[in-house]
Design a protein around this ligand. Structure first.
Ligand code: CA
Length: 246
């Protein structure tokens, strides 16, 4: 198996937050293959965490033998992984009545020399932090984002709206799911942030950028983000995965 670069460092942290009874976020990093997967589960009495776990496990299992494919094929591979994860979540819900209605977001990111390839379903986000500037790479699949894109409301109004969580796309809803895939360049020193909405509902982009700029290590930065979201209320589970290309 081709491994990418020993100079990518990772840190991941998931916290239940201050108001939810359990953590329905799941993440996994395939360090050898420079790939991270994050899912934010929802629905049912215990369905959310099950959906997120199945989504991450299935995506990783399906991707692992395919991450050695040429970089030009990886965006397609990530979309296929999302389809496979979707089918696995649906199949599990069909097998067990108590899990009906469960769903999850899915965010996938792969680092390769000079480039970052990603795919997303739902409202978990991928950011690139470069030279003090934070850029959101993914687009939320939410009703609110549609309103923002249509010019009906501003991004700041959206962040404070009560129905932030309403997704227009998720795993576990329909037999087919279309992930949005993208690709950007990656430079030495770039910092990548994958996160669940428990972070971004609590902290705006400027605050996130400030916390990233202050931390000396990835572990410190991840802890500062989780702490910041909890200080702001911790209304939802908070998950952050950081990767640094050195
Ligand atoms: Ca969430």
């Amino acid at each position: 198996m081709q491994s990418f670069s020993p100079t990518i460092r990772w840190a991941g942290l998931s916290h239940v937050g201050r108001q939810r009874p359990r953590n329905e976020d799941v993440f996994h990093v395939l360090e050898e293959q420079a790939c991270a997967v994050l899912a934010d589960g929802m629905g049912g009495h215990r369905g959310g965490d099950v959906a997120a776990r199945i989504a991450v496990e299935q995506a990783c299992a399906w991707l692992q033998p395919r991450l050695a494919d040429p970089a030009a094929m990886l965006a397609q591979r990530l979309c296929e992984a999302a389809e496979q994860a979707n089918l696995a979540v649906l199949a599990a819900a069909e097998r067990e009545r108590g899990l009906i209605g469960m769903g999850a977001t899915l965010l996938l990111a792969v680092l390769r020399p000079g480039r970052l390839i990603y795919a997303s379903v739902g409202d978990s986000r991928l950011y690139r932090f470069r030279s003090g500037g934070l850029a959101q790479l993914t687009r939320d699949h939410t009703m609110l984002q549609d309103l923002v894109d249509g010019g009906m409301i501003t991004a700041e109004q959206a962040r404070l709206a009560p129905f932030r969580g309403m997704l227009t796309r998720a795993l576990g809803v329909m037999p087919g799911v279309e992930a949005d895939a993208g690709e950007v360049d990656l430079c030495t020193g770039d910092l990548l942030l994958l996160c669940s909405d428990g972070l971004t509902d609590m902290l705006d982009d400027d605050t996130i950028a400030g916390l990233l700029a202050e931390g000396d290590t990835l572990e410190e930065q991840a802890a500062a983000l989780v702490q910041g979201a909890n200080r702001a209320g911790g209304r939802d589970n908070i998950t952050v995965v950081l990767a640094r290309a050195d």
